[in-house]
Design a protein around this ligand. Structure first.
Ligand code: NAD
Length: 502
């Protein structure tokens, strides 16, 4: 077994790296090798309370700066993210297992959110009405909330925390980011980039931890808003606890995303799109395609036959292997969960069309699985109902587009969906009637760009508001409406009025 020197990490608080004080640590792995590489401190409630107090001070300073001054820091931060892309991509690959190219892709998608946040001077404008009556002018301002928090998942160590958080800071809040304890390196590195960009101390803090730290954030009276991304059961619990403590909460959960393949679709295009969208990033994406729904037996047979050929060409490898199509799963537990889901599906009657349970791997201890395809899956099977966060994908054969739409609409998740077709009317029927938040037509993964809104429906998200785009400005600000009248000294007429003005 390979060994590596084990690093003891800290938190990033008030502009500096600090050691953990709780005495509790989590293990961080290099999934490509399957070896422990670091210990990450798990913050206590007392440590969280100290950070909130420091972030509150940071907020008071930062929120008073003009938005133009704040944007200077953002311009610097953007340049530093670009300059450090290679370094950051290597960190992501090492702690998460995804390939360097995929890691670079997530950094560039994160940059979209920074670009959109650079529009804060425009986005913070309020409306102004002149002489709404009695020479009164009315306008509103968008004020930051104060200290806010983002609680992030492991699967996008940079893109998701950046997408959740940069707008919050652009509009004047102070951020406490609680990254996944499985991938703390990237978050700590990004915090250093913020400091280098000139962000004042206390405005971007990284607290590492688990449930104890999250609960302390959810319960603290000075934490005003919570943005969460992770699995559905935790998203629901965060939403319930956060709102109970009177916070704004947006909580994004898991998904089970479908690709419909119409009989008129080009099979090669559909297969190539499915391969990347289904197995890319080792299928550890909330927007990964989990389910292929070919319409009609003929389409299904052609699609599965072509897909099997392509799957056999896929290669798993270490994050820095340029020839690898995808890397290792995040942990031994994640690998065991996927294997278990495959076994259960076979027991329930699914047909194993491609078996990735024993791929050729570069390191025996790495958390690898190859691409698996289960055909003839039916809606009553567990693998149809539940999110599988790894490369076990399914084919559900349906007879008509209407049947596919009904099935998808009945599913508990509603994150992403896509259709491959040459027919405008089929596409229109689909986009109009599907009960899913992010919809694609002839695109493999319909993730909106950073200046559009992102968010699933049904049990793929809880609370109100979306990630990315203009909705984030609303989520991270509150409105103050002012009605004002200035008396002309010549007109200084004043009288008492007991009625509402009419
Ligand atoms: P997770 O729910 O296990 O963890 C997410 C965060 O919650 C982490 O920071 C973790 O430390 C914290 N957490 C875990 N258990 C907790 C508890 N009991 N109390 C409080 N906090 C807790 O999710 P994950 O495994 O890191 O990420 C994968 C999941 O995230 C998948 O389900 C995926 O679909 C989902 N995801 C969703 C989106 C989206 O936009 N909808 C994006 C990325 C990932």
């Amino acid at each position: 077994m390979k060994t590596e020197q084990i690093v003891k990490l800290g938190h990033y608080i008030n502009g500096e790296t600090v050691e953990g004080k709780s005495g509790r640590y989590g293990d961080v792995y290099n999934p490509s090798l399957g070896v422990k590489i670091a210990e990450v401190p798990l913050a206590s409630a007392e440590e969280v309370n100290e950070v909130v107090a420091l972030a509150q001070k940071g907020f008071e300073k930062w929120s008073k700066l003009s938005v133009a001054r704040r944007m200077e820091v953002f311009h610097n931060f953007r340049a530093l993210l670009v300059e450090n892309t290679d370094k950051l991509a290597a960190l992501i690959g090492k702690e998460n297992g995804k390939t360097i190219d995929d890691a670079k892709g997530e950094i560039s998608r994160g940059l979209e959110s920074v670009d959109f946040a650079l529009g804060a001077p425009h986005l913070l404008k309020g409306d102004h009405s002149v002489n709404v009556g009695g020479e009164i002018n009315a306008y509103y301002m968008k004020k930051p909330l104060g200290v806010v928090t983002s609680i992030a998942p492991f699967n996008f160590p940079v893109m998701v925390p950046v997408a959740m958080s940069v707008m919050a800071v652009a509009v004047g809040n102070a951020m406490i980011l609680k990254p996944s304890e499985k991938v703390p390196f990237s978050a700590l590195f990004v915090a250093e980039l913020w400091a280098e960009a000139g962000l004042p101390a206390g405005v971007w803090n990284v607290v590492n931890g688990d449930k104890e730290a999250v609960d302390a954030l959810l319960e603290h009276k000075d934490v005003k808003a919570v943005s969460f991304v992770g699995s559905t059961p935790i998203a629901e619990a965060i939403y319930e606890k956060g709102t109970k403590h009177h916070k704004r909460v947006q909580a994004f959960g898991g998904g089970k995303n479908n690709m419909i393949i119409m009989p008129d679709a080009d099979i090669d295009t559909a297969v190539n799109s499915f391969i990347g969208a289904a197995y890319g990033g080792t299928s550890q994406r909330c927007m990964a395609i989990s389910t292929a729904m070919p319409i009609g037996e003929k389409t299904a047979d052609a699609f599965v036959a072509r897909l099997k050929e392509k799957i056999n060409e896929l290669k798993v490898g270490t994050y820095d292997d340029e020839s690898a199509d995808f890397g290792a799963l995040i942990s031994a537990e994640a690998k065991a969960n996927v294997l278990n889901a495959i076994e259960e599906a076979i027991e329930e009657g699914a047909v194993l069309a491609a078996d990735g349970r024993h791929p050729e791997v570069p390191h025996e201890e790495g958390f690898y699985l190859g691409a698996t395809l289960l055909d003839h899956v039916t809606p009553d099977m567990k693998i149809y109902k539940e999110e599988v966060f790894g490369p076990a994908r399914i084919v559900v054969r349906v007879n008509t587009l209407e049947e596919a739409i009904d099935l998808i609409n009945e599913h508990e998740f509603g994150n992403g969906v896509t259709i491959f077709t040459d027919s405008g009317s089929a596409a229109r029927k689909f986009t109009e009637n599907i009960e899913v938040g992010m919809v694609g037509v002839n695109v493999p993964i319909p993730i909106p760009v950073g200046y559009h809104n992102f968010g699933g429906w049904k049990r793929s998200s809880f609370g109100e508001g979306q990630m990315f785009g203009p909705d984030l400005v609303r989520f991270f600000t509150k409105r103050k409406t002012v009605s004002e009248r200035w008396f002309d000294t010549a007109y200084n007429e004043s009288k008492t009025d007991f009625n509402f003005p009419s």
